[in-house]
Design a protein around this ligand. Structure first.
Ligand code: ZN
Length: 210
């Protein structure tokens, strides 16, 4: 029996689909230093001038690729604080925007203040479903209200100059802050926010408050 096609509304908003091909673009040196597309258009860069990894947009086409984040939808969700699961606005109250993040409380005193994350926030209905469907998610993650967060960097593949007359893709993927020299050499795949004014909250209680 053939599996039923996956429905876009049950696949995370930021997940890529197999019908959304990676675009094979020729990367060249930019006149400003760093990299550019040979056939670049203004939409290929964000407002800070960083070049983005192109990918076809056809949400729901083919099979969902759960481990694979779609650059444009992740960027939209992070820029506009949309829920990473459904794409609606993430939940916000007077303590801030709701985030569900991997619990690394032992990383530093005051964590997750100053944390850099590529994971967009979440809305209450999706948080509720997560609690109901994946109890492990609640054990390994922590719910946080974030009063302030800042778009500050991108995560992507680094490119470098070479002896071949064209830039080459390196093996490194990295978080690169806007305004740095490295930002000219990264092909961005995800937008990064830094989190501030964080308060731990009880996810079950947040969901019950609705
Ligand atoms: Zn949602």
């Amino acid at each position: 029996m053939k599996a039923a096609p996956a429905r876009p509304d049950v696949v995370p908003f930021i997940a890529a689909w197999s019908g959304e091909q990676q675009l094979d673009r020729t990367v060249v040196y930019s006149g400003q230093g760093g990299i550019a597309y040979a056939d670049e258009t203004p939409e290929d860069r964000d407002q800070y001038g960083v070049l983005w990894n192109g990918r076809a947009v056809a949400r729901g086409a083919g099979r969902p690729q759960y481990g694979d984040v779609h650059p444009m939808r992740q960027r939209q969700a992070m820029q506009y604080l949309l829920c990473q699961v459904c794409g609606d606005p993430a939940d916000r109250d007077d303590r801030g925007v709701l985030w569900l993040i991997e619990d690394n409380r032992r990383d530093w005193q005051g964590w997750p203040n100053d944390l850099l994350t590529t994971h967009p926030p979440i809305c209450l209905p999706c948080a509720g479903k997560a609690v109901a469907m994946c109890p492990h998610l609640v054990d390994s993650n922590v719910a946080v209200r974030v009063l302030g967060s800042e778009v500050c960097a991108v995560y992507g593949r680094m490119w470098s100059s070479s002896a071949f007359g064209h830039p080459v893709r390196t093996a490194n993927a990295d978080v690169v802050a806007y305004g740095t020299t490295a930002a000219r050499w990264v092909l961005a795949g995800q937008l990064v926010r830094s989190l501030h004014g964080c308060t731990f909250v009880d996810l079950q209680r947040e969901v019950a408050r609705r």
